[in-house]
Design a protein around this ligand. Structure first.
Ligand code: SAM
Length: 254
């Protein structure tokens, strides 16, 4: 495992392996040439979610194209522990922020859920997928989270397995403190409601699901985006991948 830190990381769809020569499409080529102003010979890291992370050298680039020569694997592919965020879409900037932060926090699946008080009529799933890709590149992730198509709360709950506990962030105050529930259930999924909150009938529908565990996030009402990050931090710190040191950094423990 190499401990080389490169500022530029790119997600690519192609297979990565020894001595592969890879061509980039117009968008990524434009990013390297016009935004980062890289020149041939520059080094960068690539990942595709299957073959680990690879170091590559920029071989040549022009307007709308670039070719890269793969040099060596810098990190093996490792599995990221599953972590699902089910969230009611909020307005543009805040939904992008949720997607970016959920990626940084290690979510492996983002499921927008449509509730009665969801104010956003159309979710731009393509834009969310771009946001999670950029956040995964920047945060040194080795895979991309999946962004599912929006679905109605009732449908998502209807398909949810009874033996897969999920946390339901319940601002009514009737949930147990989140740390207790995370330690007890080791739940790896979280439901966050819309800015206007869940309607009482929806709250009851969620609470009736055998896998639902209502949790509180303290005495204050948090904005939906704040609630996402706060709850994910507790889950990752108590039972997720914050409980061990990153393996790929190769550093001496302090
Ligand atoms: N309109 C609601 C109200 O005034 O009571 C607030 C909804 S809050 C902005 C959006 C979502 O964040 C909630 O549906 C819930 O999932 C979560 N949330 C916010 N504060 C919370 C808290 N203190 N405990 C649990 N969940 C919370």
């Amino acid at each position: 495992m190499k401990d080389i830190k490169l500022a530029t990381r790119l997600y690519v769809k192609e297979d990565l392996g020894d001595e592969t020569v890879l061509g980039l499409g117009p968008q990524q080529a434009h990013f390297l040439r016009s935004v980062l102003r890289l020149k041939p010979g520059a080094r960068l890291a690539l990942f595709n979610g299957r073959d680990g992370e690879w170091l590559a050298r920029l071989d040549a680039l022009g307007k709308g194209w670039a070719s890269l020569l793969l040099e060596e694997q810098s990190r093996p592919q490792t599995e990221e522990p599953g972590l699902t965020l089910l969230f009611a879409p909020v307005k543009r900037q805040r939904i992008d922020w949720i997607a970016e932060k959920a990626t940084e926090m290690g979510c492996t699946r983002l499921q927008p859920i449509l509730t009665r008080r969801t104010i956003v009529e159309r979710v731009n799933v393509q834009r969310l997928r771009t946001t999670v890709r950029e956040a995964a590149e920047q945060s040194e992730r080795i895979s991309l989270p999946e962004v599912a198509e929006p679905a109605k709360l009732e449908h998502v709950l209807g398909d949810w397995p009874e033996d897969e506990p999920f946390l339901f962030a319940d601002e009514s105050g009737s949930g147990r403190p989140i740390d207790e529930v995370v330690n007890e259930t080791r739940a790896r999924a979280l439901v966050i409601g819309p800015e206007g909150g869940f309607e009482s009938q929806e709250q009851e529908t969620i609470a009736r699901h055998p896998a639902a565990c209502a949790v509180g996030l303290g005495p204050r009402i948090l904005r939906a985006d704040t609630a996402v990050v706060a709850a994910l931090a507790v889950m990752q710190a108590l039972t997720g991948d914050w409980t061990s040191r990153p393996q790929f950094r190769n550093l001496q423990p302090r």
